[in-house]
Design a protein around this ligand. Structure first.
Ligand SMILES: [Fe+2]
Length: 282
């Protein structure tokens, strides 16, 4: 009889799990794949430490977590690095407020993973929060005020909520989408407190000042210290999270600061022609 070939333990009270002892060089057996998928859906994020994994392996793992077991296509794809040192590094500097990637799109991709290829001590942390856990724990008065309303999410950062070290993604055409609160997760069916500091522009049913006041109260809950997991990077760390149920943020990254190079792999690859953002500091 097969047995699950790794240990899975909770990373924080509300979400996240650490996977210990997974062997990723060969085929992952069926029971272990099932256990990892269950943990991913229930906990929203998986952390693997001291992992030796290449682009193809990271891609395979991300897709497996959402049920795609087809052979990969990494030979024909560019490997993307979030890096403050490499010439073509993504998001090379600046701070990022909490968001989910492509939140401004009707159908964002489902899995986002970051693998620490080269990180030096003191490099910026990545923080996670769960909109699924936040919805479950939202105080009743706030739930009553926001439930059934709709939020508009937009490209770029909502700059007035941040400081002057924000990274500003710039596009020639801004895009936005409107979603219900709660948003229902397309894979797990769970309700999500789907609003973010960086990308949620406003609650469409409310006047501007009332919308902002309500959003800031909701953010106080979503980003409270005990709702956030802050990851300090070490080489060989792989952090895989649900890009719909979770949000991520990072501290300030500087070009001349400690090296911070993370391989970013997403799944599925979105079938849209979105303009890649150019970056400038706020
Ligand atoms: Fe992001």
């Amino acid at each position: 009889m097969d047995m699950v070939s790794c240990q899975i333990r909770n990373l924080s009270a509300g979400f996240g799990a650490e996977v210990i002892g997974l062997e990723t060089t060969g085929e992952i057996d069926a029971e272990t794949r099932q256990a990892l998928r269950k943990a991913f859906d229930e906990r929203g994020a998986l952390l693997f430490r001291k992992l030796d994994i290449d682009f193809a392996g990271q891609d395979r793992l991300c897709r497996m977590l959402i049920g795609d077991e087809t052979p990969g296509s990494t030979e024909t794809r560019k490997e993307n690095h979030v890096s403050n040192k490499e010439d073509d590094g993504l998001a090379p500097s600046g701070r990022l407020m909490f968001h989910a990637d492509m939140m401004w799109h009707e159908k964002p991709f489902q899995v986002l993973s970051l693998y620490a290829i080269n990180v030096e001590p003191g490099s910026a942390t990545t923080s996670l929060t769960s909109t699924e856990y936040a919805w479950r724990t939202l105080p009743e008065d706030l739930r009553k005020r926001i439930e059934g309303k709709h939020a508009r999410h937009q490209t770029g950062q909502v700059y007035h909520r941040g400081g002057d070290d924000l990274l500003m993604p710039q596009r020639s055409v801004e895009q936005s989408t409107v979603k219900a609160i709660p948003e229902i997760h397309p894979r797990t069916g769970k309700p999500l407190l789907y609003v973010s500091q960086q990308m949620t522009h406003n609650i469409v049913e409310l006047p501007e000042d009332e919308s902002e006041e309500l959003l800031l109260k909701v953010f106080d809950h979503l980003y409270a210290p005990d709702m956030v997991y802050e990851h300090e990077w070490q080489n060989g760390d792989l952090l895989v999270f649900d890009n719909i149920a979770m949000q991520h943020a990072r501290g300030n990254v500087e070009r001349d600061g400690p090296t911070r190079t993370l391989r970013k792999v997403i799944a599925p690859i979105p079938n849209i022609k979105a303009e890649a953002p150019r970056y400038a500091k706020a």
